[in-house]
Design a protein around this ligand. Structure first.
Ligand code: ADP
Length: 375
């Protein structure tokens, strides 16, 4: 093994590690309103990367800049280390799948899928072969090749739009809320199909949605966007279990948050919550200075109803206010002395038998809580 071979191997590995898409301080201003505030981001080749955020947080603006439908006000976008932020959309080797699909209704399924290949002046036989391969990839029967778009169901149209996007053979596929107009069942099916398609094609997918559930099912990493900035970029598990802010914690599903502060003896104290953590708050992986404020987070599924003989690291007393059956799970609302309402969730088989209006004691343990610094 000569030094040249090792150098080439090293170069190849470095190439692999280089992001396919890289953003440096990307800003978008509309007049004096800043919709995107200096985003830095690296997306890895083959990644399924999702941007989630409430309406108005800047998701569409971001993705429109990435595909070239919107100019950046400042900053850089690089694709494989080449600047593309000044390149018009039609000259970028990327492709966007829209919520509206933008299929040609008067054309057949086959003609729609072949459209990008026709633009590239591919010969008819190759075009048809590729269209049939893509139909197969999207698990649509070959007989659909001649079907009119108007004869396809919502889910089938969605698959045709995906097949057409893949026919472009783009470096990156961008998705702008492609499932949000579909009904619940179809959305759930297509979420899984999209994830599967991503695995099978190995392409880089960049996806935006306001639906966290959708993001969690499909993505390798999720960016939570708020007011033009990313609050947190991490895996779904990390964002769910270790959110960096109250905003992320609350955005990521039901959550119980207690305002706590550090005590002199490196412990914790908070209103309405008894803290029996042995030793000090460093057991939580964070130590708070005396008087330093934080939010103590516990997800509803980790809160238990305690028997009178039981105890736990954290204990809260309250009154059971309501019970909601959510299918396989049951959700409970408990109000505590501070007036705050807590949410507890149990599987149906572990249903709690207490009466509505009765006193209850809730408990949870250190390894299920997470501290978020700040007010
Ligand atoms: P999202 O996709 O997260 O709902 P958008 O990117 O559409 O958010 O919008 C982000 C912010 O930028 C919003 O406050 C919106 O009103 C504003 N905005 C979007 N497009 C324009 C535009 N063309 N002109 C002025 N303001 C805009």
């Amino acid at each position: 093994m000569g030094p040249e071979f090792i150098l080439n191997l090293w170069k190849a590995q470095r190439m692999e590690m280089q992001p396919i898409l890289s953003l440096k301080n990307v800003v978008k201003n509309y007049g004096d309103f800043t919709a995107v505030r200096g985003i830095d981001l690296d997306i890895t080749e083959g990644e399924f990367f999702t941007i989630v955020g409430p309406s108005g947080s800047g998701k569409s603006t971001m993705i429109r800049m990435l595909v070239g439908m919107e100019d950046v006000s400042s900053g850089e976008i690089k694709l494989r280390n080449n600047r593309i932020d000044q390149t018009p959309a039609n000259l970028r080797p990327t492709c966007m799948v829209f919520q509206s699909l933008a299929l040609f209704p008067h054309m057949s399924v086959g003609q729609n899928i072949e459209f990008p290949l026709k633009l590239r002046k591919e010969n008819p036989a190759n075009r048809k072969q590729r269209a049939l391969e893509l139909l197969d990839l999207l698990r649509l029967p070959a007989s659909y090749y001649n079907k009119r778009i108007s004869q396809c169901s919502g889910g089938e149209k969605q698959r045709v739009a995906l097949a057409r996007a893949l026919a472009f053979d783009p470096e990156i596929l961008f998705f702008d809320e492609p499932l949000s107009a579909l009904d619940y069942r179809l959305r759930k099916t297509l979420e899984k199909e999209l994830k599967d398609l991503h695995d099978r094609t190995g392409k880089t997918f960049v996806y935006i949605t306001h639906s966290l559930e959708e993001a969690m099912v499909m993505s390798d990493r999720i960016a939570i966007m708020k007011e033009g900035e990313f609050e947190q970029i991490a895996t779904a598990d990390e964002i769910y279990g270790k959110p960096v802010s109250r905003f992320v914690a609350e955005f990521m599903g039901e959550v119980n948050l207690f305002s706590v502060e550090g005590t002199k003896s490196e412990g914790l104290q908070g209103n309405g919550i008894e803290i029996h953590v042995n030793g000090n708050a460093t057991e939580l992986g964070v130590s708070l200075k005396k008087g330093e404020k934080a939010a103590l987070m516990v997800r509803p599924e980790y809160v238990r109803f305690l028997q009178s003989t039981e105890t736990s690291d954290f204990v809260v007393r309250g009154i059971l206010q309501a019970e909601f059956a959510l299918g396989s799970r049951i959700q409970y609302e408990v109000t505590i002395s501070t007036g705050k309402t807590l949410t507890v969730e149990k599987l149906r088989e572990d249903r709690f038998s207490g009466e509505i209006g009765s006193d209850v004691t809730l408990g949870f343990d250190t390894h299920h809580v997470h501290l978020i610094r700040g007010e």
